[in-house]
Design a protein around this ligand. Structure first.
Ligand code: HEM
Length: 317
């Protein structure tokens, strides 16, 4: 049954009394304030001013908007991960619901990557990309936040350094060996790329603090805190899907696009971020996995392998 006007007034009064506010003033304020509109609510006018191409090449707008869309989905994913990591008494049903939401967002992103791979005129892309160096999606802060929130830091340590650490090693030391710091070495000189230098200047402290905070709060730590009977199969499946979506499916959609524009029919082009991207971006080489404990040895060995063969056969055919 709907609340009566008298009931609503009583609830309002309780709210205002609790903070010693005068309800009549607020009611009078309501009588003169404007109705909300769709465009004000979602700040549409501002949103549509946020696309500022660096060139007059028309397809650059697609490139900008699609990056923005991706960042908004990253934001939604972080919103779900935060709810898991902040909850003190988490139950498996809540956990599953939140992880499935992140998986849904990443599925949209993996599928919609065609907007980049098929929806850009290659000639236009190859022209406007020159105006974007040294910027690169590599500098996506939110992408790194999703990783740090999702797993033990040890799983993000670059593969060849992992054996020096255990999951109880110092966060600060492991952070120095995080995979993307090595990945962003210049393909020609081996030195830190300027793309990485800029990124660290802006975000290193924030990401390191987050890694410290997530030490006992990341998604895997939350999962481990559950009692054995609270780890049902659907939760395990949801976490495996998250792992596959973030570390194989999205990276492969992205890698396919990079190969398509930067390699096909020509000698590989230098990436805007300057990395040795043909090695760096391949899941099978990175072996990045959030939840290795949930996969069989064979699955770990074949991480991203089957699909990458398909990509190269598509590209070479
Ligand atoms: C035509 C489309 C694209 C191409 C050719 C491309 C190419 C590349 C390349 C070559 C790298 C390696 C770093 C470098 O040296 O620059 C990279 C990294 C990255 N890009 Fe893209 N990219 C594209 C679209 C996107 C989009 C739409 C996003 C969405 C935010 C994105 C996010 C990323 C991320 C997060 C990384 C770092 C990946 C990692 O560290 O494993 N890229 N990209």
């Amino acid at each position: 049954m709907e609340d009566s006007t008298a009931d609503i007034l009583e609830q309002l009064k309780a709210k205002f009394d609790a903070t010693s506010q005068d309800m009549n003033t607020f009611l009078k304020g309501l009588s003169v304030s404007n109705y909300i509109t769709y465009w004000d609510y979602i700040h549409l006018d501002t949103l549509l001013t946020l696309q500022k191409p660096k060139t007059d090449i028309p397809d650059e707008e697609i490139f900008i908007v699609y990056h923005q869309i991706t960042e908004l989905f990253f934001r939604l994913s972080i919103n779900e991960l935060k709810q898991i990591t902040e909850f003190q008494e988490i139950d498996s049903e809540f956990f599953i619901r939140k992880v499935l939401r992140v998986n849904r967002y990443f599925k949209v992103l993996s599928h919609s990557f065609d907007i980049m791979s098929k929806g850009l005129d290659p000639k236009q892309y190859l022209k406007f990309r020159d105006a974007l160096a040294p910027a690169s999606g590599f500098q996506s802060f939110q992408y790194r936040v999703i990783e740090i929130m999702s797993t033990e830091l040890l799983n993000l340590v670059e593969k060849s350094a992992r054996s020096q650490f255990t999951k109880d090693s110092s966060v600060d030391e492991m952070f120095e060996h995080i995979y993307w710091k090595k990945g962003a070495n210049d393909a020609q000189t081996g030195k830190k790329t300027y793309t990485l230098i800029q990124f660290e200047e802006k975000y290193q402290d924030m990401l390191l603090n987050l890694a410290r905070e997530m030490r006992n709060k990341n998604i895997w730590a939350c999962y481990e805190r559950l009692k054995e009977h609270e780890k049902p199969e659907p939760l395990i499946e949801a976490l495996k899907q998250l792992d596959a979506d973030v570390n194989v499916n999205w990276p492969l959609s992205h890698f396919r696009t990079a190969v398509q524009y930067l390699v096909k029919g020509q000698k590989p082009l230098r990436a805007t971020g300057g990395s040795n991207w043909r090695e760096y971006l391949r899941p099978k080489i990175q072996q990045r996995m959030f939840y290795p404990e949930l996969w069989t040895e064979e699955e770990r060995l074949n991480w991203g392998r089957n699909k990458i063969d398909v990509i190269f056969s598509e590209i070479n055919s």
